[in-house]
Design a protein. Structure first.
Length: 163
């Protein structure tokens, strides 16, 4: 029963972050469309990173809102089928996710730094816009995944106490 309660808490956090990410994606898109002057080369360079950012925010946030609640049913089914192994299966899955999040945060930070350096090195306004757009993209991706990772670590700690 404790496994279900911890899973529900984790899923609620995931869904809340999905809602926040979805709203942020819409607001960022509207703000970009409102403030950008697409006749300037700088803003034209920002289009690609902003489109990718919207796809990631809206896509992954939508996934969190739709698919994460189904995780609770999977945990319930596993408890019914094999109660002794349910915690261990969830623990192994969470450990794999923890390892992935640890790696991907380093990747986002590295790409953030590379984009920032390129922003200052490149002379073309188009590429400066692209560089700044990717700085924003990688910064938001790092923050988004950091919250996901923090919540996963809390869930992982609870699972380790149950095991």
């Amino acid at each position: 029963m404790e496994l279900i309660n911890h899973s529900i808490q984790w899923v609620k956090g995931e869904v809340l972050q999905g809602r926040i990410g979805f709203a942020a994606g819409i607001l960022i898109a509207l703000a970009f469309l409102y403030f950008a002057d697409f006749e300037q080369s700088f803003y034209k360079g920002m289009i690609l990173p902003m489109v990718i950012l919207q796809l990631v925010l809206l896509g992954y946030s939508g996934f969190q809102m739709v698919m994460r609640p189904k995780h609770i049913e999977k945990v319930r089914q596993e408890i019914q089928l094999n109660p002794a192994n349910a915690v261990n299966m969830e623990l192994e899955k969470s450990k794999k996710d923890d390892k992935i999040f640890s790696i991907i945060r380093i990747v986002w930070a590295g790409l953030f730094v590379v984009s920032l350096i390129l922003f200052f090195i490149l002379k073309s306004e188009f590429f400066k816009g692209m560089g700044l757009g990717f700085v924003v993209f990688f910064g938001i991706a790092f923050i988004f995944d950091s919250f996901l990772h923090y919540r996963l670590k809390t869930y992982l700690t609870a699972l380790q106490q149950l095991a």
